[in-house]
Design a protein around this ligand. Sequence first.
Ligand code: ADP
Ligand code: MG
Length: 330
Amino acid sequence: MQTILSIENLSKVYASGLRALTNVNLDIARGEIFALLGPNGAGKTTLISIICGIVNASEGSVRVAGHDILADYRAARSLIGLVPQELTTDAFETVWATVSFSRGLFGKPPNPAYVERVLRDLSLWEKRNNKIMTLSGGMKRRVLIAKALAHEPQVLFLDEPTAGVDVELRRDMWELVRGLKANGVTIILTTHYIDEAEEMADRIGVINAGKIMLVERKDVLMRKLGRKQLTLQLDAPLSAIPDGLATWGLELADGGTELIYTYDSENERNDIITLLKNLNEAGIGFTDLKTSQSSLEDIFVSLVHRDPAAASRPAAASVAEYGKGQVTSR
Ligand SMILES: Nc1ncnc2c1ncn2[C@@H]1O[C@H](COP(=O)(O)OP(=O)(O)O)[C@@H](O)[C@H]1O
Ligand SMILES: [Mg+2]
């Protein structure tokens, strides 16, 4: 892996005394899509703001393609595009002027053909001569994306890109992100929508209360997500798992009245039928049986709430509790 962004021992304490980041270490590979997932207030925007030179770190360092963001600010910053969380645009400028100007800010020579392509990709071409103040919220957001891309950055940060945007923009944005990735651009997005991270990211990082809790390839997380549990309500409590059933890795719960089988195989049907046969042969009867599946959401919620038991809760329960696919802090 070729590292394009390297974050070392980064900490941030705001002037108010609030500690927003604690000892963050993270390497991002060139060309990957990295989703930083965390509830509101976790420190996502602070982290991005430090990398983009908007906020000063209290401790630690960041390098972009080897350029230190402090010692070598211009070189580092010219490689980065930022689509900020908040709408901030120059209301009186036209779309064309604001995007072209943004390119110039980073010392890039004019390239009308490139700017045109960006505007067309974002369905902004028809609006190129409109003043930004006349555009809808969704269109303004598109302008922010165009501005971030104007200087052909190698690393693009999208801070909560789809919070509150319409379905069409969301779809266009992901299409754009895929296209950028195909061209070798590295994309780091923050979100509190888990389904978005699941769909888009190569790797997922979970941040909570200023600390990175986990960084994992998405496919590895998805395999964990595929973990399922079968819970049998026994008709008589067991004090121990019989020796004959040792190979199944069964667990007893609820004072020996529940037997839990955790599995992630794709041959689950055959496995379960065999297990039930083995239980029958061992003289173990049950009155009820249920299955549950852990989701990325469970993994996430359990990390964020430091409650390991939550990882094995049925997905349906946690969705109801935390809202559909959205992580909120309580
Ligand atoms: N300029 C600031 N001054 C003081 N505290 C701040 C400032 N900006 C953010 N914070 C605090 O830092 C913490 C992290 O905020 P933020 O990075 O915006 O989180 P996120 O983007 O994950 O929602 C929050 O507790 C927030 O209130
Ligand atoms: Mg934020």
